[in-house]
Design a protein around this ligand. Structure first.
Ligand code: PMP
Length: 287
């Protein structure tokens, strides 16, 4: 069955869902987006995603043509129209079409697009056995060049790092910031557990503040685990007891080695497994 795609107030069959080749989203990566999960027909943490979308848009001086409630409604409507019970939503806002050239004043029709689809999950074996990470040589965008806190349509920085991972058979790759500190992975945030304390790099390490990251930090606090945002280097990961990644698609996924160094005992650890269970309980309950 053909999917229905939402573009600026209309639900169109996918073959008719088109935007201009002059859209600056295509020409320059000028726009913002969100990736959101649907569990049991509920759009998970929709308000948080819509809020981050507006923050990203504001940071690049892009005016979204709808208000927050209207954007949320567009997402719910598209999910319903496609009969998605468990799936994935891609919410995109482009700068709109205009003449060639970088000037935002030559564009005038931002496109708000919602695609609701099924989801490709990481293979189950990674949740059972953990994944092996490598560090990419591609440095995460300098926060004063293009802040990683903006979820922009320009993902080349992450794509270049991801290529380094897939070239070596790793499904994710760790990215360091311009100071050589741990930032995040190409599409996931990173956590370690050391002597029972949960640690993750702070926003100013140059990361996207993941919605899953925030949800997992909250779950950890509720479970009585001490949580710290801490600047860290690769060494902190090598000597960690446990390590895991968080992301909308990945949820909580254990990491058992980095650059060939075994982390902890080389198996997904107890804190990781507990947080994965708590996260699954949260997503599978009504939200
Ligand atoms: N970092 C980057 C670079 C990402 O693209 C993403 C989302 N794909 C994340 C972290 C995780 O964020 P979230 O939990 O909001 O999906």
């Amino acid at each position: 069955m053909s999917k229905s795609v939402y573009i600026n107030g209309e639900l169109l069959p996918e073959e008719n869902a088109k935007i201009s080749v002059f859209d600056h989203g295509l020409l320059y990566g000028d726009g913002v987006f969100e990736g959101i999960r649907v569990y049991g027909g509920n759009v998970f943490l929709l308000n948080e995603h819509v809020e981050r979308l507006f923050e990203s848009a504001n940071a690049i001086r892009l005016t979204i043509p709808l208000n927050r409630e209207q954007v949320s409604e567009a997402v719910r409507e598209t999910v319903q129209a496609n009969g998605i019970s468990d799936g994935y939503v891609r919410l995109v806002v482009t700068r709109g079409s205009g003449s060639l050239g970088l000037d935002i004043h030559r564009t005038g029709d931002p496109q708000l697009i919602v695609i609701a689809d099924t989801i490709m999950l990481y293979p189950a074996e990674f949740y059972e056995n953990g994944l092996e990470l490598i560090t990419a040589s591609t440095v995460r965008n300098h926060p004063q060049a293009l802040s990683p806190r903006v979820k922009s349509l320009n993902y080349l920085n992450n794509i270049l790092a991801k290529i380094e991972g897939t070239d070596t058979g790793a499904i994710e790759a760790l990215m360091l910031n311009h100071k050589g500190e741990v930032a995040e992975c190409t599409g996931d945030n990173i956590f370690i557990v050391k002597r029972g304390v949960l640690r993750t790099p702070p926003p100013d390490a140059g990361i996207l503040e993941g919605i899953t990251r925030n949800a997992v930090m909250k779950l950890a606090v509720e479970a009585g685990v001490v949580v710290e945002e801490m600047t860290m280097t690769r060494h902190d990961i090598f000597i960690a007891d446990e390590c895991f990644l968080t992301g909308t698609a990945a949820e909580v996924i254990p990491v058992v080695s980095l650059d060939g160094r075994t982390i902890g005992n080389g198996r997904p650890g107890p804190v990781t497994r507990d947080l994965l269970q708590r996260f699954q309980a949260l997503t599978r309950s009504a939200n």
